[in-house]
Design a protein around this ligand. Structure first.
Ligand code: DHB
Ligand code: MG
Length: 221
């Protein structure tokens, strides 16, 4: 099987499970027109984030890495009434595009975009008692994944879910000699989580329009 075939299947699934969604389609188009990298989650993955957040009745959610706001729209839509998503993004241009996409989706009052480096913003979120969060999505630079995960656990309510994107990296995760800092970040994350008694976790490999990768799902005990 090739990426071309995985893409066809993703398109087929999209037509069935995530049809005609003008706000999401506009977000994809505006992100592309603005030159943002094509790294947002796929529609099927976006809907999975939505279903997970909705299943646990999450009211407060945290996202690390907004990009163009595509996943933020999915997560914000899943939140219980009065819910709020705080989404952190380092790149000012991405924040600007995401702000437009989220407003266009009618979610401007549910999503708070915080520009800056998550490593600096996460302690502020703790100090301001913005948590605890019921749902966290980590999808930023991969090098800092271990630190982002540690913060996510600290800021989580009991029973909270934490999803980490891109933990398989085309299968390179098994290479214990890799010099690639993003793969090393993912490997470090796995080893850390395996020992972490505060969470129960698993990782699922995925193929699709975005290639071969996977996501980690952890539940805070
Ligand atoms: C990359 C990052 C992502 O979040 C993603 O979903 C795909 C690729 C990357 O940095 O290469
Ligand atoms: Mg990603």
């Amino acid at each position: 099987m090739t990426r071309e075939e995985w893409t066809k299947v993703d398109e087929y699934l999209g037509r069935i499970f995530t049809p005609d969604d003008p706000a999401l389609q506009a977000a994809i188009e505006a992100s592309e027109a603005a030159g943002l990298p094509d790294m947002a989650v796929s529609p099927a993955q976006g809907k999975l984030l939505y279903l997970l957040a909705k299943s646990i009745g999450a009211n407060r959610a945290l996202e690390i890495g907004t990009l163009g706001g595509y996943s933020a729209i999915w997560i914000a839509r899943a939140l219980a009434d009065g819910g709020r998503l705080i989404s952190l993004e380092r790149e000012p241009h991405f924040v600007e595009i995401a702000r437009g996409n989220i407003a266009n989706a009618g979610l401007g009052d549910r999503v708070e975009l915080r520009p800056g480096d998550a490593i600096d913003l996460l302690p502020e979120i703790e100090a301001e008692h913005e948590g605890p969060f019921g749902f966290t999505f980590i999808d930023a630079d991969k090098v800092n994944n271990p630190e982002y995960f540690e913060w996510a656990v600290r800021l989580s309510a009991p029973g909270a879910l934490i999803v980490v994107d891109n933990v398989i990296r085309g299968g390179r995760v098994v290479d214990d000699r890799t010099a690639d800092p993003s793969v090393r970040g993912v490997r470090q994350l796995n080893e850390m989580i395996a020992k972490d008694r505060r969470v129960e976790a698993t990782t699922i490999q995925t193929v699709g329009a975005k290639g071969y990768d996977g996501f980690l799902l952890a539940r805070v005990v």
